[in-house]
Structure formats: C-alpha cells, structure tokens
Design a protein around this ligand. Sequence first.
Ligand SMILES: [Zn+2]
Length: 275
Amino acid sequence: MRIHALSTGTVTITTKFHEGRGSRVKRLVQAFTDSQYTEPLPIWCWVIEHPEGVIVIDAGIPANANDPIWFPPHLRLMQRSAIFDIADASQEIGGQLRSLGITPDSVRWVIQTHMHQDHDGGLQCFPNAKILVAREEWAAGQGVIGKMTGYMNHRWHGITPTLLDHTQRDPIFDGAHTVTKAGDVRIVPTRGHSAGHQSVIIEDGAHTLFFAGDTSYSQALLIRRALDGVAVSAKAHARSQGQILALARQTPVVYLPSHEWEAKTRLENRVTLDA
Ligand SMILES: [Zn+2]
C-alpha cells in the first residue's frame, strides 16, 4: 500500500487558534483577535493506493482560499486568524494527484475528517468518488447556521456525500464504519473539534496508522491533551483524545494530524506514539 502526503499549500493560524483555554466563546474571541501566529503549517491530504481503490483523506484548500468572505461579516475575523498560502490550481489536490499519475476520476473514496474550509476545498474534483462524511458534520454545516459557524457550504453544491453513522461496535471509540472489504480501513468518530469530526484508521502490517484530522494540531498537543481555539465541544474533544491515547497504549499507533509537518516523516519512518 503506497501512501502519499500532499500538502495543498499552507495555513498560518494564531497561537490561540492553535491552542486555547476556557469556554468556547472565550477561546473563539481569543483565537480570532490574537496577534501572534504559528509558522506556516501544512494542510495534509493523504492519498492511499489501496488494492481496492484509491482513497483520499481530506481535500485541502482551493486556490482561491483567501478570497474575502463578506457574509456573514464576522468571518472576516476568522480569515485573519487563519491565513492560507497556495500558489495556484496546480497545488490543489486534483493537480497534485495528476502529477503523481493518479487521475481524480479514478479515486474510489474521499473520506472527510470534517468539513472545515481547509479540508473540503478540492471536493469538486472527484466526480466518481464516494464521499464519506459523518452525518452530524454534514448537518452542522448546512444553511445559514452552518455559514455562521464557518462552513463554506456554497462549495458543496452538487456534492452528495454518503453520510456515516458509525454503527459498528468498536472496543475503544463510540462506533466505527469499515470502508474496505479487507477490513483494514475503518472510520471512527472523534468529535469535538467539530460536531461530526471523524478519523481514519488503517491497519498496515505491524502498524496502526491513525489519520487524525484536527483531533489535535500536533502529537505533542495530543499528549498534553490540549484543546484548540475553535473546538465546538471541549468535553467531546477530550474524550476523543483520551480514546486515541488508549488505542496507542494497546497497539503501535502512528499519529498523523492534518497540520503538523512531522506527520509526513512519522508516516515514512513509522514512528509510533508513546502514550
Ligand atoms: Zn484543519
């Protein structure tokens, strides 16, 4: 199984977006108004050449990611707290796949850890893929309320995802959904960063690869069980992080968050999480 880490540009976020404390409102205000920023962080999209078909985990940002958002007006504040850098359309997920020799038309599954604007940007380029989104996430992003809470739902026009309820039992997580016939790729709910956040677990020989989306912005933050500035539920976020750490105590987990450069080398060298 070949796995590629493709970063669709970078994102620079405020330090209080990266790590937050206190109530949701307090965290959001601090994240949006903070004047200190992180270094540019990757926006990983993971491409898995699985024997049953190509799997893409998250679709990155589009080339126009920094275009001003005028409605609702407070999203201008969100835009100043998360600044994207992407050269042109060749850096979008579709363009990068083509340079690997994979046509986006041939992708079988696109798994969305969640539907925030740095994860949904390339969805339109997968006409034949089954797009797998948690039902709560899709619901949370709809309509004006979805817009108010930062989902770019105008981009979802014409997208008909397969909505997941994670109805299988899992010994650690609150359910699971198995993707492949071989049973080696499954999706588990990891709510908290967003209403219906989910993570992807791939059994790869001796290792369990954990594609974590935004359950934390780095492995160190997971180990410290730190909260981010924009998580919708501190309680659910903590529960998800606890479950990931519990998994890592049982089995050799390679932890792969969306916004940490080291995730790529961790994957290449199968560096496991010491929980
Ligand atoms: Zn993200």
